[in-house]
Design a protein around this ligand. Sequence first.
Ligand SMILES: Cc1cc2nc3c(=O)[nH]c(=O)nc-3n(C[C@H](O)[C@H](O)[C@H](O)COP(=O)(O)OP(=O)(O)OC[C@H]3O[C@@H](n4cnc5c(N)ncnc54)[C@H](O)[C@@H]3O)c2cc1C
Length: 384
Amino acid sequence: MSKQDYAEIREEVAKLCAGFPGEYWQRLERDSAYPDAFVQALTDAGYLSALIPEEYGGSGLPLSAAAAILEEVQRSGCNGGACHAQMYIMGSILRHGNEDQKQRYLPRIASGELRLQAFGVTEPTSGTDTTSLKTFARREGDHYVVNGQKIWTSRAEYSDLMLLLARTTPKDEVAKKTDGLSVFIVDMQEARKAGMTIRPIRTMMNHATTEVFFDNVKVPAENLIGEEGKGFRYILSGMNAERILIAAECIGDAKWFIKKASDYSKERVVFGRPIGQNQGIQFPIARAHAQMRAAELMVHEAARLYEQGENCGEEANIAKMLAAEASWAAAEACVQTYGGFAFAEEYDVERKFRETRLYQVAPISTNLILSYIAEHVLGMPRSY
Ligand SMILES: Cc1cc2nc3c(=O)[nH]c(=O)nc-3n(C[C@H](O)[C@H](O)[C@H](O)COP(=O)(O)OP(=O)(O)OC[C@H]3O[C@@H](n4cnc5c(N)ncnc54)[C@H](O)[C@@H]3O)c2cc1C
């Protein structure tokens, strides 16, 4: 994939994003509000259904096109975090659901009638140690009864469906700790009427994230995806795509910061010359650019392997780590270049700075990527 790939899509996304300038995001932050109009515009333009095959009403585009869309959203100063999951969570239904589930959900997700953008994996007591999660789904006749708690379930208040990972066999009764976990589609409206409570968590950026409590929530057995007990591998199978897309968002953020910083450095005159004439200002921006370009190549390589159906675990993980580090380096350089003005809301630097920091922690933190590389690529002993 070259830099110019998907030029038309990028141009159209940029045009759409121009309708949602900094003031729009600043206003939302002040009210801790969800970017409804932005998400609706992306939905109406068909971007959030890019990965749904045409036979189910989507545009059937390859992962690299979805990556270009998200990169452009971030490069334009917008924040795809409000809706990016609508693009890829459906992959679990597409890859592991039965035909009835695909027919029931995918066309309505593609049209935007149904929002599937809540992903309930993380729990407060288990954190990164996913197989130790405690939320339990007990089979009772034609349904499951779910009890437990999730944390950091983003967009739960703005989603019609949730993809839920829960234990269906206790950890001490399975041969492998990755067994006994199952994936369900939860109808949020039904669940909220009968046992599900959602509590918003205020965070350092405007991210509609929540805690979700399940108190005897009934989920029809027909909403189980694939086989009971095999859910962990279904979730894993979607993670490479997620990492590549999040990495593309980081590249977009890095490009936004680099442009913002280099433009400003040419305009701002102190001591009778543009600050950008000083190498102390130039070099961090130039270095961030170099980091971003290297990470961008790795994102493209990971997407290429993914699209060829090859194992891209190493490349997807490395792409995510390097891109998140590049966006952070660019954010740092931009703050330093803007000086005091970086801290003023109206330039959006402080907002994007807070937003891009997340990517080194979620959806997977850097340490876990390094562990993956050490263990699975370099064959070193497992550390946990
Ligand atoms: C804004 C936001 C949105 C999120 N959205 C979602 C969502 O929609 N759905 C969802 O399921 N989750 C979501 N998450 C959760 C996110 O995936 C987790 O926060 C992340 O995976 C880290 O888990 P944790 O916070 O429990 O950290 P912990 O597991 O408590 O880890 C804390 C630190 O210790 C490190 N650490 C832990 N174990 C090891 C080890 N063995 N070796 C080295 N270092 C280790 C970690 O890398 C991390 O740096 C979100 C989080 C945030 C902050």
